[in-house]
Design a protein around this ligand. Structure first.
Ligand code: NAP
Length: 257
């Protein structure tokens, strides 16, 4: 029996990771801010799959929230074998129209929390000679698109760099880069994603299935779905200036309103 800790487990991709990992027989530690939702989810997963599911209520935009999860990950008596750094959010609107504090909060959740939780988990995993870390980034990492894309680009570079440092240690790290996924993400940010074409939407459970397969194959980067693999391949061939213009006009059509 192994234990997986998932941040942002109350909704969307995090809840899909929790379902999939419980189905595979992993005990779970579910982390997010909404304790009531977490406890209901933990009870439902325990009843359905017979796994132990505990709850850590933590706001990863705060020092106290990050420290609480770091402590749980570093606890040698209750080892965590798989960490999924998934908690995240979007800020509506373009850079100068978003308060700087909101952008800094994003960096705290998307970068500082990911760095500190990866460090806490990977340290004890390396000592045990096994373990895995999945850091949820986005295809936005590959296009010039403000603080969100920049924070996800950091997640990709950081994860692949640490994966290289830990090669041969038994600890695997992988950055997961989905395209648009049907979750609460856009609604929570107050974004109107109604104009995103149907073919661009991915299903959260399928994204997680692809991620679990790619982690088992030893990939350090996972871009679920052939449509997005092709799009990202094409984006790589474009000059950065052209890519920035295309991404900016696509963002205005499909992104925050
Ligand atoms: N949906 C997409 O199109 C898409 C595409 C690419 C990448 N992603 C990435 O996928 C990840 C999951 O997003 P999602 O689409 O599943 O969004 P979601 O449905 O809105 O879920 C976000 C989760 O993060 C938690 N969370 C947010 N802020 C938090 C904080 N300060 N501390 C602790 N937990 C926090 C939320 O729980 P509480 O509110 O209970 O705290 C919730 O469980 C994010 O990193 C996002 O950037 C999403």
């Amino acid at each position: 029996m192994t234990t997986a800790l998932i941040t942002g487990a109350t909704a969307g991709l995090g809840a899909a990771f929790a379902r999939r990992l419980a189905r595979d027989g992993h005990d779970l530690v579910l982390v997010a801010r909404n304790g009531e939702r977490l406890r209901e989810e933990a009870a439902a997963l325990h009843d359905r799959y017979g796994v132990e599911a505990s709850v850590t209520v933590a706001d990863l935009s705060t020092e106290g929230g990050i420290s609480a999860v770091e402590e749980r990950l570093a606890d040698q008596d209750r080892p965590v074998d798989l960490l999924v750094n998934n908690a995240g959010f979007g800020n509506k609107d373009t850079f100068l129209n978003v308060p700087v504090e909101d952008e800094l909060t994003m960096l705290k959740v998307h970068c500082e929390a990911v760095l500190r939780l990866t460090s806490a988990a990977a340290g004890s995993m390396r000592a045990r000679g096994r373990g895995g870390v999945v850091n949820v980034a986005s295809v936005a990492a590959f296009v010039p698109r403000g603080t969100y894309g920049a924070s996800k680009a950091w997640v990709v570079q950081f994860t692949q760099g640490v994966a290289k440092d830990l090669a041969g240690s038994g600890v695997r790290l992988m950055a997961l880069c989905p395209g648009f996924v049907r979750t609460e993400f856009h609604q929570r940010a107050g974004m109107d994603a109604g104009s995103v074409p149907g073919w661009m939407w991915l299903d959260a459970d399928k994204v997680v299935d692809a991620a679990v397969k790619d982690l088992a194959r030893g990939r350090t980067l996972s871009i679920p779905d052939a449509r997005y693999k092709a799009l990202m391949g094409a984006a790589n061939l474009l000059p950065r200036g052209l890519l920035a213009r295309a991404s900016s006009s696509t963002g205005r059509r499909y992104g925050p309103r």
